[in-house]
Write a protein that binds this ligand. Sequence first.
Ligand code: FAD
Length: 286
Amino acid sequence: MKILKMFKDKTVFSFEVFPPKRTTPIESIYKTLDELKDLKPDFISVTYGAGGSNIGASTTQIASTIKRNYGIEPVAHLPCINFTKDEILRILDDFHRNDIENILALRGDINPDISPKKDFKYASDLVEFIKQNRDFHIIGACYPECHFESIDLDTDIKNLKKKVDAGADQLITQLFFDNNIFYSFLENVRKAKIKVPIQAGIMPVVNKKQIERMVSLCGASLPTKFTKIMQRYENHPEALRDAGIAYAVNQIVDLIANGVDGIHLYTMNNAYVAKRISDAISGVLI
Ligand code: FAD
């Protein structure tokens, strides 16, 4: 089933998981999925390493299992920067053979150790190529605090419009901790005549290591309310986990109250945290 239809009736609620590292057996993800399936998400998306070659085979395998064994709609992420058109066609056909109908079409981060192939420069090139050649529901990424390579948010939103005009049916945001930033982004995006559903990406921060990674990697603004909580509990693992869950729940309730199209939870493969959040918001997901 193509997931666009889901947005007509409700606030869509979905999860993101990632394939285990190469050194870990792939089966470890199925223990997580066994628990996630009971939470009845609308879909589960599976990330895809941007290294090219065969690196995404586990994405296909996991997404296919989500559909066939768990009866949940999967979304396969697909970063294009290190693939040729022929390679992308082979991957799309592999998705199709594996009952995967929904793709998160991405450019991928540029790795200084891998020179990108020349066929796709931006995610919008991939979106257009998929639309012209195959039949998938296509999601794109968007950045409420601006993509780090863009000179400003206006430029980034103009580029986002190109991605939607190329055929992206829906968008999912990068994580953020300040809902006001999301509301202001949404206003600007709608003014730019981008009309597709936009799911808010929410990451519960539940341990100290995650906070440090977050600050160095994603560049999301950390509101005072958030940093105070993190500082207060950083040396109390269980209290920090509970405070991180409570923060994410508050964010989600506020987003739903303000009419968000959907919530995409970055689960970090942590089914316990996903369950706590799902239980807390189940009554307000209308
Ligand atoms: P694009 O939309 O191509 O944008 C990249 C930059 O180019 C932006 O600055 C944009 O403004 C600019 N740009 C776009 N189009 C044009 C144009 N026509 N002319 C000029 N400039 C333009 N990465 C992975 O490797 N695997 C994953 O599974 C993965 N999952 C993700 C899931 C989500 C929800 C998000 C938000 C990101 C994910 N990423 C993933 C990270 C993503 O690959 C990086 O953020 C990457 O740097 C940008 O990808 P994009 O698809 O947004 O690129």
